[in-house]
Design a protein around this ligand. Structure first.
Ligand code: FA5
Length: 345
């Protein structure tokens, strides 16, 4: 064995022994550079030195060196495969996800008590043949006041303090009544409609007054309608909502767009009319305003008051929800306190 062949055998042995101790792919890269690297690799140095050997030796050592090179390359690739598998397994171990952990429950939402009340109200009136409509919250002075027989500078405007968007022209509606006009402009009698929705008034708030609250408007127009039909419809509503024993009373009132006008109350559900804190010891709870649609309003939308007549009413939805659920402060509905809201699941 020539000196070169001995050198080669020793190099092979060292390389194979070292390879077995390598634990990372980075370490393997270094090993590769050290033994097989083109520039500074030990095997390359032997191959480069072949030129100095006599012809027959050059061939022999060259072949042996190539065999060692191929063998080491093969061993290195096998080791690389093993190390990669180890590294992947270690990474998986580190990133382990325990899929047996129970998930975090997603709490289900539910309807706001006012939405629920509004839907119940609509269902009751729908059973009486009323159709539900919606109207704009940003209204014109014309629909909110003028077409309802409340001209500019009329003292009746003082009953509803107003948020103006464009002073004198555009406002946040103070009542759902402008929808009486919008509906009559679009439909020919007979009309049976209700319009629930938000209304706005520049009011000081207290336990029974909000600046943003909800009303439901009712409108019925045909050829034979009377005030007793109004009473029948309101009473039927109260019975379906609060039970068949409830009493309704009408009090004379004033609204420029109805004649005659009346406010209606229901006997207090807390004390059955005996008088208590809830009804301020009167025995009655105010529910809404109403009346027979004013002939001027009918004429304004092109209905002939000699042929058509009708009634309209406006109910406060918060007031109804307060009675239904025994809520004593109207402000709770808009405070978004989950301790309050989650009671209405
Ligand atoms: C009106 O708004 C008339 N548009 C009702 C009407 C309709 C009359 C059709 C004739 C024909 P009033 O301002 O009284 O009327 O309000 C009606 C109801 O809304 C009240 O009975 C009350 O239940 C409720 N309401 C009024 N102001 C507030 C407030 N600040 N907060 C909560 N509810 C209110």
């Amino acid at each position: 064995m020539t000196e070169e062949e001995q050198q080669l055998a020793a190099l092979r042995e060292r390389a194979v022994a070292e390879l077995a101790t390598i634990e990372t792919t980075d370490g393997l890269d270094e090993w590769r550079l050290r033994y097989l690297g083109r520039e500074r690799g030990e095997l390359s140095a032997i191959l480069k030195g072949l030129g100095r050997l006599p012809g027959d030796q050059r061939k022999q050592v060259g072949q042996a060196a190539n065999l060692v090179k191929v063998e080491l390359e093969g061993l290195a690739e096998t080791r690389r495969g093993e190390l990669r598998a180890q590294e992947r397994a270690a990474a998986l171990e580190r990133e382990q996800l325990d899929v047996t952990l129970p998930g975090r429950p997603i709490t289900r939402g539910h309807m706001h008590p006012l939405t629920r009340t509004t839907r119940q109200i609509a269902e009751i009136f729908e059973r009486m043949g009323f159709q539900t409509f919606q109207g704009p919250e940003v209204e014109t002075d014309y629909y909110n006041f003028q077409a309802l027989n409340i001209p500019q500078d009329h003292p009746a405007r003082d009953m509803q303090d107003t948020f103006w968007v464009l002073p004198g022209q555009i406002l946040l509606r103070t009542q759902t009544s402008p929808n009486q006009i919008r509906i009559m402009e679009r439909m020919r009698p007979p009309v049976r409609a209700i319009v629930p929705g938000k209304v706005y008034r520049s009011e000081a708030t207290d336990a029974s007054h909000e600046a943003v609250f909800h009303q439901v408007e009712g409108l019925l127009i045909d050829e034979t309608c009377t005030m007793s039909d109004l009473r029948g419809v309101v009473e039927r509503f109260a019975h379906e909502m609060f039970g068949a024993n409830r009493k309704i009373r009408f009090r004379p009132s004033y609204f420029p767009f109805t004649e005659p006008s009346a406010e209606f109350d229901m006997d207090c559900i807390n004390c059955d009319g005996a008088g208590c804190r809830i009804c301020k010891y009167s025995g009655w709870l105010e529910m809404g305003g109403s009346g027979m649609v004013h002939p001027k309003v009918l004429r304004g939308v092109g209905y002939d008051p000699a042929i058509y007549r009708g009634f309209a009413f406006g109910l406060g939805i918060e007031r109804i929800a307060m009675l239904r659920y025994g809520v004593e402060d109207i402000r709770l509905f808009s405070e978004n306190d989950l301790r309050f809201l989650s009671q209405f699941r």
